[in-house]
Each structure stands twice: as C-alpha cells, then as structure tokens.
Design a protein around this ligand. Structure first.
Ligand code: APR
Length: 250
C-alpha cells in the first residue's frame, strides 16, 4: 500500500481500468458468480452471443431487460465513488470500463469509455442503427421472463442491446480512446477484473509498455509481479478508500 501510495502521489494522469468486481458490492453479480433463481439453468457465456439471439431473441432480450432492472435498482459503491473523489482532489483521472452498467456515470465520473458497450443503449440487429428505447420498450421484465424485442422503425429488424457479445469486435471509437488514454497515463489502476477477455485484458500490458505503473486491486491475486506492477489484495471499495487516505484524500 505504501509503494502504491508513493506512485499515486507522484502520478498526475491516472487511468482506472475496471471490470465486474468493481460493481460486485453494488449487488451486480460478476461473470464468475453462478446465476440464481429463474436464470439458474442459463449460462451467460451462451446467452450473450449473436447465435443465442438468433435462436431465441425473446430469451436474450428478456435477460438484458432483467439485467437492466438489476442495475437500475443498484447504487454506485465506495469503489466507484473513490474514483470521483480522486478526480475532484485534482488528479487527471480517466475511466475505461468493461462493464455495461452505468454506475461510474452515476458516481459522477466523466467521459467513461465503455469497451463492451452499455446496457442503456440498443441497436438494430439487422441494420446496426443505434436506437433510443422508449420507456414502454424498456418495460421492466420479471426475472426469467421472455420478452419479444421491439422492431427497428427503419428496417423492421429486431432490436438488440448495444453491448459487445462474445466473438464480436469492440466499438472502434471506444477502443481508440482507451488506447490513447492508456498510452498517455503514468499510472493504471486495474480494479475487479479477471483479465481473461481480450483485447480489453491487454490494457495493463499496454500501460506497462509505455513505462506506466500498474496497480491491480482484486480479491484474488491477478498481478503478474513484473517490474512496475503491484497487487493490492482485497475488496475494491475498501482498498481504494485506504489508498485515497494514504495520499491524504478523505
Ligand atoms: N473487489 C475486488 N475484486 C473483486 C470483487 C470485489 N468486491 N468481487 C469480485 N472481484 C474480482 C474477482 O476476483 C475477479 O477477478 O473481480 C473479477 C471479476 O471477474 P469477471 O467476472 O471475469 O469480470 P470481468 O473481468 O469484468 O470480465 C471481463 O468478460 O464475460 C465478459 O464481457 C464480459 O466485460 C466482461 C468480461
């Protein structure tokens, strides 16, 4: 912690690279947690694919409406808030997230880069046009409920969530912004990510390659012990609050 605090003290441009673990304390399950209740028999790795949507669009749309409801009922936790606190204390802070929730935004982080899209957006599965959903289309799904997706006003194709599914490319603009921020940072703090899904998982390496320091914050040891890399083990909110305190930000 002391080494991490020293690096933070001497770094101006800090990028937070976040994954599902940062939202865990807000009650949003990570990808490692087993699904419970009516979704128990489903595997997210299977549901979150174009094949699953083609096969059973109502199942996949219902799943995302349910996830959206979960997020809308959740609140940012002290890990999300620590990031904003650091920005308000004068650090040049950016956030690059793999999460599709909006908890960083609701914690008042600005310009959040969403590498895997957002639960709050939708697009046409056929013509790819981004679409604003009406409140009626966002009807709150009951857990496990199948909901037929609305149709695109232009081509009548089915609407799909504006998220990146397995095997899909990342949105180009988001990726370019992330690369620019990471190549220009002095410190990258990677919070609550298992670091297994590429290309997002390559981000810490990209920071190390330009001479930045990387601090991993995770319940499990995910640091690789390279030079300029350190691991702070523990709950994201608690570790980040301790880090802030150690640089005099309360
Ligand atoms: N504090 C810190 N770390 C935590 C906490 C917590 N409270 N809870 C869980 N973690 C850690 C876990 O130890 C794990 O390393 O968060 C990580 C969550 O890993 P994943 O569930 O794999 O989430 P993530 O890394 O964001 O997944 C990447 O995979 O399925 C795709 O597109 C999806 O964006 C997602 C990507």
């Amino acid at each position: 912690m002391q080494r991490a605090a020293e690096v933070l003290m001497t770094s101006k441009r800090v990028v937070f690279f976040t994954g599902a673990g940062i939202s865990a304390d807000s009650g949003i399950p990570t990808f490692r947690d087993k699904l419970t209740g009516l979704w128990e028999k489903h595997d997210p790795q299977r549901l979150e694919t174009a094949e699953a949507f083609r096969e059973n669009p109502a199942l996949v749309w219902g799943w995302y409406l349910w996830r959206r409801r979960q997020v809308s009922q959740a609140k940012p936790n002290s890990a999300h808030l620590s990031i904003t606190q650091l920005a308000k204390a004068g650090w040049d802070v950016s956030v690059v997230t793999q999460n599709i929730d909006d908890l960083h935004e609701r914690a008042d982080s600005k310009g959040v880069v969403h590498l895997h899209g957002s639960l709050m957006s939708a697009k046409c599965f056929a013509c790819h046009r981004p679409v604003e959903l009406t409140s009626e289309q966002l009807q709150i799904a009951e857990e496990g409920r199948l909901v037929e997706p609305p149709r695109c006003a232009r081509c009548k194709g089915r609407l799909r969530p504006g998220v990146v599914w397995f095997k899909e490319n990342l949105p180009e603009e988001a990726w370019r912004s992330a690369v620019r921020l990471v190549r220009n940072c002095e410190l990258l703090i990677s919070v609550g990510t298992s670091g297994v899904v590429t290309p997002a998982a390559d981000i810490p390496d990209m920071a190390l390659a330009v001479g930045a320091t990387v601090i991993h914050v995770n319940l499990e040891d995910v640091g690789l012990d390279r030079a300029n890399e350190m691991m702070l083990l523990g709950n994201a909110g608690e570790v980040l609050q301790a880090l802030l305190r150690s640089v005099g930000v309360e």
